[in-house]
Design a protein around this ligand. Sequence first.
Ligand code: AMP
Ligand code: ZN
Length: 722
Amino acid sequence: MPTLRVFNTLTRQAEEFVPLSKGRASIYTCGPTVYRDAHIGNLRSYLMADWLRRFLEAQGYSVRHVKNITDVGHMRAEMLDRGEDKVLAAARAAGRTPAEIAEHYTEAFFRDEAKLNILPATVFPRATESIEGMIELTSALVERGFAYQAGGNVYFEVSSFSEYGKLSRRDLSDEFETDRAEPDPLKRNPRDFALWKAAEKGRELSWKSPWGKGFPGWHIECSAMVQQHLGDCIDFHTGGVDNIFPHHEDEIAQSEAALGQRHVQTWVHGQHLLVDGLKMSKSTGNVYLLSDLEARGFDPLAFRYLCATVHGRSPLNFTLASLRAAQRGLTRLRTALHEPEGRVTKKATAEGEELRNAFWERAADDLNVPAALAIAWKVARSALPGPLKRELLLDFDRLLGLDLGQTPRREPLPADVAELVRERHACRRSKGYVEADAIRERVLTMGYVVRDNKRAASMAVALPAWEREDPGITSSRDVPSHLEDKADLEWTVGIVARQGPKELQRCVKSVKRWLGKRSSEIVVIDNGFDEDGRAVVESLVNGDGRVGIIQADHFLGTGAGRNAALRQARGRYVVLLDTSVALTGDVFQPLEALLNDPKVGIAGRWGAMTDDLRTFTEAEDSGDVHAVEGYLMAFRREVVRKAGLMDEKFRFYRHLDLDFSFAVRSHGLRAVIDTTLPVVRHKHVEWEATPVEERDRLSKRNFYRFLRKWEDRPDLAGTPGG
Ligand code: AMP
Ligand code: ZN
């Protein structure tokens, strides 16, 4: 077997694996924080560790794998109070203790791992069961002069450890990211980090220590557990790239300062799972759970397969479309294993051995699972005899973990479907192809697909759920852009919504009424409505040829949703409406009059003014404004070609309108409002539906995003239109 070479984050090089102890390998993986469900991004990181583990075991190493369960430290009381996690808040309302919450999510995590064929770690130590070790380590650091006590807290003194920064390659003179909220006055230096914290009053999870009642910092947990369960130095430590700093940097400092020796031989970090180009995280609001994928009819292992198609050190942009392709790939690979025919000859065996070597060599080359998977496909597609194919693929599955031996499921056909298939077969025999095709379509609507095989017999197979329903677009780019085509309508009205079906109905109804006989279209983007909402959205068409619905297969973000509408737009003028708005008269004529002035880039009913790009106030009078508010914004479609589409990083709607208006104005065009437009504004659904904390956080994010983009254009504030 080839020797494993792995990219080591510490040295930024691929290095040959030399075990610390012959025939053995130790792996430590930073595990989940169990106050919420692990999302599939987290699971991608654990998959990477699993491939490492499986490779080593396939090579005959005896592997000891430790994965910690963080059931303390992150669970601050204030976090609970803020109600950051709805499930948690619900659990709390139901009178559950932190321990029960931790237990609940630990169990859920184990189930998810099992579904993904992630081999269970040898030990899953809980932080709450390892407090003693953390206190000991902290004491040792204080004794050795690397840590100091202040007000019941203990801090690691970063300047005392000269190698600090060697993993993340941060210069000590760099501005370190510290707690942005407020600097901790007890720290000697803002870079110092907590090893132990005094418990606030009423804190449930706290322990006695030499420094009083308190609880451990997060980083010390991993240092202590590595030592306790694997020893003073280990072969591999894994995690996601976001763990490099500060978590792993701090872990090195603690462990190496306390023990005076190297802590980890090889640091392995996996790249992130992205959605819509942004890291999947609860705080960005683009999370999928494994159960979400199952609810859509996917085999969890389709996700494992998907991850196997991209190297662990490359980002992977998750889409349901790519998951669908992965599911098909997995099913086809499994099918290849069930070809029974063929005699195994010497020549075939030799060919098979070559492929076997190729597979393991690719895997050994920095765990290049996608390259290894390609060899598995080579085997599946080859002319090798069935039994040999089977043996090879099962051998590969020790690494891949895709249950390749599983027989693809086939359920018996319902009687009515079977009858139709027979009927269709008869049609084909008598060359009634048109009729046969019609029957095929009918069968398809029943959820079955008809396949004709070589012997001209027909059979039907059930379409798996993940292929059955029309999944919708996965990004705005899935909508073919008409922006370069000639406008063949006068008006496009774009409405993007994901909640509030009633409000959407009200809005669309008013638009239909006041568009009158204009040549126009109403483009509704269903930005991830739930099932009930979907039915309402579909009913909007109601025989009206002007209404087109585009469904997104998840919430794309507001910017992307609006872009889907813009790409679809075929009107010379575009008006984007929020569902809180209803037209009470003809807005189109006055808007057209405004937009026929070539100096005007964007028009609307509500506008915002600013002096400093930070504070915006609502404009009171008709005329020039700094930005047109997103409740109603209208522009000539050609303006999009100049100003560009909306910035999709604005997932939450706030500041998106300001940003777009600024983009338009940066091209020397005016933004104007007409306060006499006949419209009313009702409650804003998205705002109302967003919890207060979440509003603040998301608004702040967009505020800074906007500021960073435009702070060097103060000319766009001040006297508008001047
Ligand atoms: P946490 O529960 O936040 O501590 O994260 C658990 C593990 O998941 C850590 O190793 C993270 O680095 C990793 N992780 C978090 N978000 C992602 C993501 N979007 N893609 C891949 N790994 C992630
Ligand atoms: Zn850790």
